[in-house]
Design a protein around this ligand. Structure first.
Ligand code: THG
Length: 367
């Protein structure tokens, strides 16, 4: 594949220097910003992520900051998940839908104060939607993108590495909670979250000037832990069933189709955008839903277009992400499957660019 032409439109990050020095081999663009996709190889990166600890430049998980007396009201207008018991110090995975119940984004909401939130967004221009909603509802709240860049520390040795840089307090942070911890005299939000199932943290680096000093401190502290630069790993995230907005779901899908119905409290979230549409979806149930799919045979190429899932003469779904898994010795995939064919064990055919392959609906994801 050809290279991505660098330009101001494709934003660098506070960690790009470190990423380049570590020998990044591939990028994608996410929220108009560089996101590394491979360092050594996707397979070697995968093995290292599962065995050691990695530092990930996920600055592209941009923050939409809500600040002001109506911040909490706006946050609840934006999501069907019930936020009435959400406390400062808490993070929540929240679907964001439009007025038809179509997915606009699947961010992590971070409640900093009663009147201040960060929405840590997936790959869609959510800032524009949130600004328009705040304006349209005449809310007393500012909506901006601050100079805050997440850096993720992921892998089984993540806690040990983090304790060396931030102290033993990191060990007390619970899953989807955060604490304010100090680095070089600056207060940083450190959360136990991240886009892998190997465990770890995300540091919300507040101020680009802190990016490389923190990057360097982590690599120096972790030398004997075999710390390396890494990135969200395609194989691991499919095994874990972590969905990718724009790939596994789009505005065409409801949260229930995405398996995110458990994050919708549509009865409670009175006044949220999309409530009427989602009440119907919740009552009737989805007609298609995300499933783990095994694709039999040799390694498949990257899924850069939907691959039709076939039963007999009918298209009954599509595969939206796929990769060869070293640990499970098969191709792991994520697909959207019609209710007639979504039961575990259902045997289908998937049309890949390398030809038709047998595929089977799984009862759950791999990890
Ligand atoms: N961290 C932060 N921001 C993000 C992501 C992240 N923004 C973009 C993208 N990732 C948003 N998407 C997801 C998808 C899944 C999860 C987090 C963000 C996730 N899911 C867990 C799971 O499905 O097992 C836990 C969900 C739960 O139980 O609440 O972590 O990674 N800052």
């Amino acid at each position: 594949m050809a290279v991505i032409a660098p330009s101001r439109r494709i934003r660098r990050t506070p960690f790009s220097e470190g990423v380049e020095a570590a020998g990044v081999k591939g990028y994608t663009v996410y929220n108009h910003m560089l996101l590394p996709t491979v360092f050594e190889s996707i397979q070697a990166d995968y093995r290292h992520l599962k065995d050691h600890v990695q530092v990930w430049d996920v600055a592209c998980e941009r923050q939409v900051e809500l600040r002001g007396p109506d911040a909490a009201r706006l946050m609840q207008i934006l999501t069907p998940r019930d936020l009435s018991t959400m406390q400062p110090g808490q993070c929540l995975y929240v679907p964001i839908v439009d007025e038809t119940g179509g997915m606009l984004n699947d961010p992590v909401a971070v409640k900093l104060e009663e009147d201040r939130f960060w929405i840590s967004i997936a790959d869609s221009d959510l800032l524009l939607w949130v600004k328009a909603v705040a304006h349209g509802y005449r809310l007393e709240v500012s909506v901006e993108e601050p100079d805050v860049s997440p850096l993720a520390i992921q892998g089984p040795k993540a806690e040990d590495l983090m304790a060396r840089v931030f102290g033993d307090a990191v060990r007390d942070i619970r899953f989807f909670r955060f604490r304010h911890l100090e680095f070089q005299g600056r207060d940083l939000v450190v959360a136990r979250t991240g886009y892998s199932k190997q465990g770890g943290f995300e540091i919300y680096v507040d101020g680009s000037d802190l990016g490389m000093p923190l990057w360097q401190a982590l690599f120096e502290a972790g030398r004997d832990l075999n710390v390396r630069a890494g990135c969200p790993n395609l194989i691991e995230r499919i095994e874990a069933g972590l969905l990718s907005y724009g790939n596994d779901m789009t505005r065409e899908n409801t949260p229930h189709e995405c398996g995110l119905g458990r994050f919708c409290d549509t009865e409670e979230a009175i006044g949220c955008i999309g409530r009427d549409a989602l009440l119907r979806v919740a009552r009737e149930g989805p007609m298609q839903q995300v499933r783990a799919i095994e694709i039999v045979g040799d390694p498949v190429p990257p899924c850069d277009r939907a691959w039709p899932l076939i039963a007999g003469d009918n298209v009954v779904g599509q595969v939206t992400s796929a990769a060869a898994s070293p640990d499970f010795d098969t191709n792991v995939a994520i697909g959207m499957v019609a209710m007639t064919h979504w039961y575990p064990g259902t045997e289908l055919v998937v049309e890949t660019p390398l030809g038709a392959r047998p595929a089977a609906v799984q009862d759950r994801f791999w990890i």
